[in-house]
Design a protein around this ligand. Structure first.
Ligand code: S3P
Length: 443
């Protein structure tokens, strides 16, 4: 995302929140819908696509690789795919903006096609580790160069005669798993990914939906995912479900602002994404689930959230992957709880859009909340109060840090300001109007 002038925003404590929060499309599924649509034969029709900047950057990238990608109306897009192995060489550099998912999945998707592409991104993405992707992609036979330290820009010369790969992910990461599976599409034979802890399984579900032969077995080593290479992917209709990671912000606000009751429809109950909701139930959150059903191939349900008296809990490390994007907002909820909330096994937070442990700890401390941290854990010492009123919180081009502190301001004793809310548009472009519609004092 090209970064314009900073957009400071503040949140003031005030009214109870009431009404229905209509959550935008899932970011992970939106990226995958565009990428798989581009790798399929025929015209895919996508509804409910998240039109955040991250996903728009992926749409542009798919056009650069030769797919026709067109917007028909709000959230409604078509993709005319070029087939597995059909990507054309892009004429210029692929700029993935702020999006780690976008750049990593697209690198995987092109690495086994004999074309060359160079990838870049914004100041945040340019600091994030890419070796975790380029290492397994070179096993397929791709030739890869990067800036010192494995950083962007990265240039990939795709494998001419790709080899299938058997790869054990060194950290729990759906991005690594997905990059390897997408590369495996254009390799002969079977590509196998082994993950010790389950991570979000949207790639597996969607690859099967597009016609790939893919199986998942749970063994002593963890999850073993096997993909048969060189399938013909067939264009699909994809109805993108709502994003549970975005839903987490209004849900959190309703839990911590006294008197609030909100409804959020269509929240994912996929066990690889629902760790926050499991944790909130343990904290004593008043959550009512109704209407369990399937949407876009994902289990979903409607949620009614009421302001709740919460207690601190210990989040076990094996739950981290199923709520990896929700720790920033959990740390705000934890400040309003009674007692310590301990988040273990969260080292991956240090390599997200920002170092999220550092960013949350600094911002919470500046607003009067006690936080302790180690390399891979964070503890919020909850006292049921956020004094607020500190200097503007630094958000480091990180959408989830910005939204977390704006939610904190709604329940604090005094207003909280963030230095720049522009990055919110990467995942939740209507966050501010949606929260205002519920009664939040944001501006
Ligand atoms: C994502 C995977 C997660 C998550 C990111 C989206 C995906 O990253 O943080 O926002 O769509 O695969 P890791 O898999 O690297 O943990």
């Amino acid at each position: 995302m090209s970064h314009g002038p900073a957009q400071p925003i503040s949140a003031r404590p005030g009214n109870a929140l009431r009404g229905e929060a209509v959550i935008p499309g899932d970011k992970s599924i939106s990226h995958r819908a565009l990428i798989l649509g581009a790798m399929a034969v025929g015209r895919s029709h996508i509804t409910g696509l998240l039109e955040g900047q991250d996903v728009l950057d992926t749409a542009k990238a798919m056009q650069a690789f030769g797919a026709k990608v067109e917007r028909l109306g709000p959230g409604e897009w078509i993709v005319d795919g070029v087939g597995v192995g059909g990507f054309a060489e892009p004429e210029s550099v692929i700029d993935c903006g702020n999006s780690g998912t976008g750049v990593r999945l697209i690198m995987g998707a092109m690495a086994t096609t004999p074309i060359t592409a160079t990838f870049t991104g914004d100041a945040s993405l340019s600091k994030r580790p890419m070796r975790r992707i380029t290492d397994p992609l070179s096993l397929f036979g791709a030739e890869i160069t990067s800036r010192e330290g494995g950083l962007l820009p990265v240039t990939i010369k795709g494998a001419v005669d790709a080899l299938p790969v058997r790869y054990r992910t060194p950290v729990a990461s759906a991005q690594i798993k997905s990059a390897v599976l997408l590369a495996g599409l254009n390799a002969p034979g079977e590509t196998v990914v082994i993950e010790a802890e389950p991570t979000r399984d949207h790639s597996e579900r969607m690859l099967a939906g597009f016609g790939a032969i893919i199986t998942t077995e749970t063994t002593e080593e963890g999850r073993v995912i096997t993909l048969k290479g060189q399938p013909e992917l067939v264009a699909q209709k994809v109805a993108v479900p709502r994003d549970p990671s975005s839903a987490a912000f209004p849900v959190a606000a309703a839990l911590i602002v006294p008197g609030s009751v909100i409804r959020v429809n269509g929240i994912s109950r996929n066990p690889t994404r629902d760790g926050l909701y499991v944790t909130l139930a343990e904290m004593g959150a008043n959550l009512t689930w109704e209407n369990d059903r399937e949407e876009g191939g994902e289990p979903v349900a409607d949620l009614i959230v009421r302001h709740s008296a919460l207690r601190g809990v210990c989040v076990p490390p094996e739950r981290a992957a199923s709520m990896i994007d929700e720790f920033p907002i959990l740390s705000v909820i934890a400040a309003m709880a009674d007692g310590d909330t301990v988040m273990n096994g969260v080292a991956e937070l240090r390599v997200k859009e920002s170092d999220r442990i550092d960013a949350m700890a600094k911002g919470l401390r500046a607003n009067g909340v006690e936080v302790s941290e180690t390399g891979d854990s964070m503890t919020v010492h909850g006292k049921g109060i956020i004094p607020g009123g500190g200097a503007p919180v630094e958000t480091y081009l990180d959408h989830r840090i910005a939204m977390s502190f704006l939610v904190a301001g709604l329940a604090a004793q005094a207003a909280i300001a963030v230095d720049d809310g522009a990055a919110i548009a990467t995942s939740f472009p209507d966050f501010v109007p949606l929260m205002r519609g519920l009664g939040a004092a944001l501006g």
